[in-house]
Design a protein around this ligand. Structure first.
Ligand code: HEM
Length: 397
């Protein structure tokens, strides 16, 4: 009997065998205890992403549903979602993202140079957890002197989330918002060519043409949203991909020899072990699928990480292969909620690995100290010590 429970640590450590069983034997799976349904086949997950009327996001996108009603795009349905997505999209122009390249490269290099001691580094603590949040601060235009507070509060939010201490989560989000609100007040006084000024000046246009401008509170939430969406995801993907390159040294060598293979490799990294494993939805009508009826008002999770391992679409899905042509993964979601930061995430990944492999072309995972972070929907590590392979005693491999 197939079984999947995202709170079961033995499953979280490697959920892919459970996903395979679900795809093969229970493509419309129900976990009675958690009161949740799960879709795992690629075609079903894609179809659900493309039908936001049936599969609503408004009751939250986590199993717990604690994010229901939150002022984020991700947990809103049209028409509110479409009005607000239009203005947030204005932040992610190819020019603005491309302009971030020198910053990302310099920051990645500085973090690696500081973190690498005798050929050893904790990929998460010293590198991947720091880079994406600094990139978001740079994108948004948070001055350097406030970035450390954002880091600190963001770590505290993640820690409180891990303990499901929602009161503490609220306190630390408030502390982050205070920094952002102060920036908004400052940019109202002195507008510039930055993202905060852009959003201050961008009206939300409703279907009937009514125009309103975001107030300071709404603006601060727009930035918190970017910090949540683009921090843990990139941080976890970098570490998951480092594990892949340690397990497949031959492919790592190919990337070192020819970094132009990196953009393709990043797509495979996203497919092979994506950070965001599922997206939660809420049915607005009964859904009949594979002979099973999911009732109206049910929580359903679209397990994109299972979809990217569906052998009906991807041959040998468990194999990490940087030469695979991955043009159909759903690791950034799909449809109206398709990740707005996808281009930025791809850029960060490419640069992160250009800089990492440039300094540490031949590495191995440390034998001790690797720790997994447990959260029901983001899969990844909280510590990933690695070391230069030449560090090993002679004869170790
Ligand atoms: C590897 C990194 C990333 C992954 C795997 C990822 C994944 C996703 C997924 C799966 C969704 C859809 C959620 C749903 O349908 O419920 C999403 C939405 C979103 N992502 Fe990302 N993301 C990443 C990085 C980023 C970055 C760097 C940013 C911005 C700085 C960002 C901003 C957003 C936003 C704003 C949404 C909401 C879009 C909407 O609801 O319309 N993401 N992301």
């Amino acid at each position: 009997m197939p079984h999947w429970d995202p709170y079961d640590k033995s499953i979280v450590a490697n959920p892919y065998p459970a996903y395979r069983e679900l795809r093969d034997e229970a493509p419309v799976y129900r976990n009675e205890q958690l009161d949740v349904w799960a879709l795992t086949r690629y075609e079903d997950v894609l179809a659900a992403h493309l039908d936001p009327v049936t599969y609503s996001s408004a009751m939250g996108v986590t199993i717990e549903g604690t994010d229901a009603g939150a002022p984020y795009l991700i947990s809103k349905d049209p028409p509110f979602h479409s009005w607000h997505r239009k203005i947030v999209s204005r932040v992610f122009t190819p020019r603005r993202i491309g302009d971030l390249e020198p910053f990302i490269r310099a920051r990645a290099g500085a973090l690696l140079d500081a973190g690498l001691v005798d050929g050893r580094i904790d990929v998460v603590e010293d590198f991947s957890i720091r880079l994406p949040l600094d990139v978001i601060s740079e994108l948004v235009g948070i001055p350097e002197e406030h970035r450390e507070v954002i880091h600190l509060e963001s770590d505290l939010v993640a820690d409180a989330m891990g303990r499901m201490d929602l009161e503490a989560v609220g306190v630390h989000i408030e502390a982050m918002r205070a920094v952002l609100r102060a920036q908004v007040v400052e940019r109202r006084r002195n507008p510039g060519d930055d993202v905060i000024s852009l959003l201050i000046q961008s009206p939300v246009v409703e279907d009937d043409g009514t125009e309103t401008f975001l107030d300071d509170d709404e603006l601060s939430f727009r930035f918190i949203e970017l910090a949540f969406a683009g921090h843990e995801t990139v941080a976890k993907l970098i570490a998951n991909a480092v594990v892949a390159l340690a397990w497949y040294p031959d492919q790592r060598r190919q990337l070192v020899a020819d970094p132009s293979l990196l953009p393709g490799a990043v797509e495979e990294m996203l497919r092979w072990d994506p950070p965001s494993h599922y997206q939660g939805r809420w049915t607005t009508r009964p859904v009949e699928l594979h002979g099973v009826t999911i009732p109206q008002d049910s929580r359903v999770v679209l397990i994109t990480a299972a979809a990217t391992h569906d052998e009906r679409v991807f041959a040998d899905p468990e194999l990490f292969d940087i030469h695979r042509r991955v043009d159909r993964h759903v690791s950034f979601g799909f449809g109206i909620h398709l990740c707005l930061g996808a281009a930025l995430a791809r850029l960060e990944m490419r640069i992160a690995f250009e800089e990492l492999l440039g300094r540490l072309p031949d590495f191995e995972l440390a034998e001790e100290g690797i720790e997994r972070a447990y959260s029901s929907n983001v899969r990844g590590l909280s510590h990933l010590p690695i070391h230069a392979a030449s560090d090993l005693p002679v004869g170790a491999y």
